[in-house]
Design a protein around this ligand. Structure first.
Ligand SMILES: C[S@@+](CC[C@H](N)C(=O)[O-])C[C@H]1O[C@@H](n2cnc3c(N)ncnc32)[C@H](O)[C@@H]1O
Length: 228
């Protein structure tokens, strides 16, 4: 039997997206979020917090890597962006090259996100909180909206069902509405853990839905989970 082809990367890549990508991945009306408290978790070297702050959103980012110096995070972001791009070699066909025309354009987005993040992290460290899921150092209902991209479900080969459930429950403790993207793992299949999480959250009494979003890079991965 031929082994299934998949994108392979060690650890959790410290790579980030821009506000333009988050708008589509989470089908966000960013202007409507002005004045609202929004958590990006994990945020990595994303420029969402910096760009959303420019638009009046009270955005905060959390990541396990925060707390390190700007220089250390700059090194990590550069190394991991290179690792993430190299891992695409030979599996480019698992992705749709529409939003990003090619690998060079993808790299431009990653670089733009990281440099904007690094400037903001150095100037406004208070917006960036170092914490390790599934625990967050915030009181209940600290945020109206929580965005969680490219950790849950994507890394389902190394994060247990318990980690997924504990994390989503923690995100729901600190936020009114939680959005998770994507719902696919690196094997380009919808994660089997989506059904496990949806069933458990419904049993907890939450309203849960999957919504199609106007973004698809991994083939088929154009849905987010919305939990309230
Ligand atoms: C692929 S990045 C995603 C960043 C961003 N959400 C995005 O979509 O571009 C994954 C991030 O998860 C962080 N991470 C991994 N495990 C974590 C944990 N247990 N708690 C907090 N952050 C974690 C990593 O440091 C990394 O920055």
């Amino acid at each position: 039997m031929t082994p299934q082809r998949r994108y392979e990367i060690d650890d959790f890549a410290f790579v980030g997206r821009t506000l333009a990508e988050y708008r589509r991945m989470f089908d966000l009306d960013v202007e409507a979020l002005a004045g609202r408290r929004v958590l990006d978790c994990p945020a990595g070297p994303c420029s969402f917090v910096a760009e959303a702050r420019d638009r009046g959103v009270r955005a905060v980012g959390v990541d396990a890597m925060y707390g390190r110096s700007p220089a250390a995070l700059a090194r990590l972001a550069t190394e991991d962006a290179a690792r993430a791009t190299a891992a695409l070699d030979g599996v480019e066909d698992l992705y749709r090259w529409e939003f990003y025309e090619d690998v060079a354009e993808l790299e431009t987005y990653r670089h733009r996100a990281a440099s904007r993040f690094l400037r903001d992290y150095a100037r406004h460290g208070g917006r960036y909180v170092g914490a390790t899921l599934p625990e967050l150092p915030f009181p209940d209902d600290a945020f109206e909206t929580v965005l969680s991209a490219h950790l849950l479900f994507l890394y389902d080969d190394r994060l247990s069902p318990e980690f997924h459930l504990d994390t989503v429950r923690e995100l729901l403790r600190v936020g009114e509405e939680v959005r998770v993207f994507p719902l696919h793992g690196f094997d380009a299949e919808r994660s089997k853990l989506v059904a496990v999480v949806v069933d458990a959250l419904r049993a907890d009494g939450h309203a849960v839905e999957t919504r199609t979003v106007p973004f698809e890079f991994q083939r088929g991965a154009n849905e987010m989970l919305v939990v309230g």
